[in-house]
Ligand binder design. Structure first.
Ligand code: ADP
Ligand code: MG
Length: 411
């Protein structure tokens, strides 16, 4: 499943990725803690001293130091409340926003079963919620010696998951930890399969309408992420989960980030598993957009037809070479305009023509058109998740099947 280079190339704390976590809170839904409901600044201010400060504010006399002292007090107050609610201090200190409004779930209300997944910085277990009897997936997050940066990195994943709410995006149901605990588990609904496992299984051959059904679900989930200002940055079969009802959900937001169109802060180019990484990232772009995800979706789409990853480079140079050989190299104009950091080293001596058509000539025309759009070397030609959903591929016969009609695959 997946490729070896995977996330190992990515440092847990992407230095160049300065877009960071926005200040505003997230639209949390799960486990509301009535006692902890987010309070506004005015609710927290109660005493006369602060009233006086407010007066000064109005008169324009407020100094920067009094503001930072007040913010400091506010943080201490929130941290105190979070610790009182059962959160460990190390988590509240660094990831206060991510846990705001939630209460931790207790480890002893779950029965931990077998390990079902292993990533670079996490292990995933199947478990049973003893109260409801429901099967869940527990993602145990490892920290590098509680480095605040690695806790912050995990906090971003939680914040992003809390901001998303869509049938095709995995739902974070809660967090398990306790005041004295050194670990943190993310609790998710349990999904029986992932798309990498299914598409690499020799006994499984998807029909055209089944591929369409998966693609429709993937693009719907992605449209939601992009509409909420989130780029996933690690789309691949292993991160696309499928349950026994045929529902596909995007998972693993560990590399995801917030973005705003036209944002100035640079983003790290060291994201996305190598085989699914778009050419602009291989060329070192730091001002890329949501279209990076559409490239990865194109790779997954082709993989569903060919039953194996289509671009299996061993190094970044080889990956880029394979891309140019399959999809053609970009026009001279693109090299000139894009000012990509590694363009001078990686630009091929002679231009390559696309051989996408020869490779996928057995595909129906509308499927090939969508694939060609998603696998455009120039990012702006990839369209959007929404335009893909309205493409002819989905209105042409055979239509996408219903998720419930997909076979129940054995474990
Ligand atoms: P990492 O960031 O370490 O890659 P993931 O969130 O991708 O972590 O989880 C690793 C693997 O665990 C996935 O590829 C999948 O096989 C399995 N997994 C993750 N979440 C679930 C879930 N909700 N249900 C079932 N399996 C899951
Ligand atoms: Mg993963």
């Amino acid at each position: 499943m997946g490729c070896a280079s995977s996330k190992k190339a990515v440092s847990v704390t992407p230095a160049a990725d300065s877009s960071g976590i926005p200040r505003k809170g997230s639209g949390s839904r799960a486990i509301p803690a009535s006692s902890l409901r987010s309070r506004t600044g005015s609710e927290l201010r109660g005493n006369g001293e602060e009233k006086e400060e407010e007066e000064e504010d109005k008169a324009g006399l407020k100094s920067a130091s009094s503001l930072s002292a007040r913010l400091g007090n506010l943080h201490n107050y929130i941290e105190g409340e979070q610790v009182a609610a059962g959160w460990p201090a190390w988590l509240s200190a660094v990831a206060g926003e991510a846990i705001q409004g939630w209460v931790p779930l207790k480890a002893d209300s779950f029965e931990k079963l077998e390990k079902i997944g292993q990533g670079t910085y996490s292990s995933v277990f199947r478990a049973r919620d003893l109260e409801t009897g429901k099967t869940v997936a527990l993602k145990k997050v490892r920290f590098d010696n509680f480095e605040p940066e690695s806790v912050r990195f995990m906090a971003r994943e939680i914040q992003i998951l809390r901001r998303l709410d869509h049938p095709n995006v995995v739902k974070l149901e809660g967090l398990i930890t306790s005041r004295l605990s050194c670990s943190l588990y993310l609790v998710f609904e349990y999904m029986e399969h992932d798309l990498a496992g299914l598409s690499s299984c020799p006994d499984i051959n998807f029909t055209e309408s089944q591929v369409k059904c998966y693609m429709h679900q993937l693009l719907s989930g992605l449209e939601h992420c992009h509409s909420r200002g989130i780029i996933h940055r690690d789309i691949k079969g292993a991160n696309l989960l499928v349950n026994n009802q045929g529902i596909l959900k995007m998972a693993d937001f560990g590399l995801a980030n917030f973005y705003r169109p036209g944002q100035k802060q640079p983003l790290t180019s060291r994201v996305v598993t190598l085989w699914y990484r778009p050419p602009e990232l291989l060329l070192g772009s730091t001002d890329y957009e949501a279209s990076v995800d559409l490239w990865s979706v194109g790779c997954v789409f082709a993989e569903l037809f060919l039953k194996k990853p289509i671009l299996q480079g061993r190094t970044e140079v080889e990956q880029l070479h394979k891309i140019f050989k399959l999809c053609g190299s970009p026009a001279e104009e693109y090299w000139k305009k894009s000012k990509l950091p590694h363009a001078t080293i990686f630009k091929p001596h002679r231009p390559y023509d696309s051989c996408l058509y020869e490779t996928f000539k057995t595909l129906p025309a509308s499927a090939f058109d969508l694939l060609g759009t998603l696998l455009s070397v120039e990012p702006y030609k990839r369209g959007t998740a929404s335009s893909a959903l309205t493409s002819e591929y989905f209105s042409a016969k055979p239509y996408a099947c219903e998720p419930a009609s997909l076979p129940k695959y054995p474990p």
